[in-house]
Design a protein around this ligand. Structure first.
Ligand code: SAM
Length: 221
């Protein structure tokens, strides 16, 4: 489990125990991700994402950051029969691995993996989405935001993972040099979300920190 200063260790282990994976494919994916150091969504955040998806019943989901397809599969299984997911990934090895798992989950017709740098791929997308999950390079969330806003339907849900970055975003005092730029960018990103009149945003301190925004204003420009 990733060390963080967002939640207490005893709460993390309690949640890990309660939310222990019972699905064999997802369990296999979690094991592979741990072994290969692939940062998939944490169990409590995955459960929260699933809950948001269940409540909002999206027909079209956009995910930015597929990795091995773990969160895509969780979302796709939660959606209605006709629901579709477009998920964007830059790394070819990840795409290959994701394609294998998605096939084994029998979700090839529901999940479309789009290969490329998200900033460029999103530029080419035009049909809006009911639900957007941003989970790619944290240092580039600000750059992705206008695309996500353009592609989010009125009343759509916009979720971003890792916004508290192991708690460092909220920390006063010394931050190691290698993390400073990312921290500055994440703080700015959170501020942009919270100050946006078209969104109502909540910051949830679970996992690595999640924001949930609902589009309450108009996206007409
Ligand atoms: C945190 S992982 C995604 C985890 C996945 N959502 C899950 O929980 O199963 C982030 C992924 O974003 C991808 N990524 C990073 N920068 C990207 C970019 N600019 N465009 C597309 N994908 C990117 C990485 O290769 C990595 O696989």
């Amino acid at each position: 489990m990733l060390e963080n200063e967002i939640t207490y260790p005893h709460i993390n282990s309690f949640l890990a125990d309660v939310l222990k994976q019972s699905d064999p494919l997802l369990e296999e994916m979690e094991k592979y991700a741990r072994k290969a150091y692939i940062p998939i969504i944490q169990p409590e955040s995955a459960q929260f994402l699933k809950m948001l998806c269940t409540v909002s019943k999206p027909k079209r989901v956009l995910e930015i950051g597929t990795a091995i397809g773990y969160s895509s599969i969780i979302l796709a299984r939660t959606m209605d029969e006709n629901g579709v997911i477009d998920t964007v990934e830059i790394d070819e090895d990840m795409i290959e691995k994701a394609a294998g798992y998605i096939k084994r989950a029998g979700l090839e017709n529901k999940i479309r993996v789009l290969h490329g740098d998200a900033a460029e791929v999103l530029e080419c997308l035009g049909t809006p989405y009911d639900f957007i999950f941003l989970d790619a390079a944290k240092g580039r969330y600000i750059e992705m935001l206008p695309h996500c806003l353009r592609l989010l339907k009125p009343e759509g849900i916009f979720v971003t993972d890792n916004v508290l970055y192991r708690g460092m975003v909220a920390k006063d005092g010394f931050i190691e040099h290698k993390h400073r730029t990312i921290i500055v960018r994440l703080k700015e990103y959170i501020n942009l979300l919270c100050r946006n009149n078209e969104l109502t945003t909540s910051i949830i301190p679970i996992g690595d920190g999640i924001t949930v925004s609902v589009r309450t204003g108009s996206n007409e420009s």
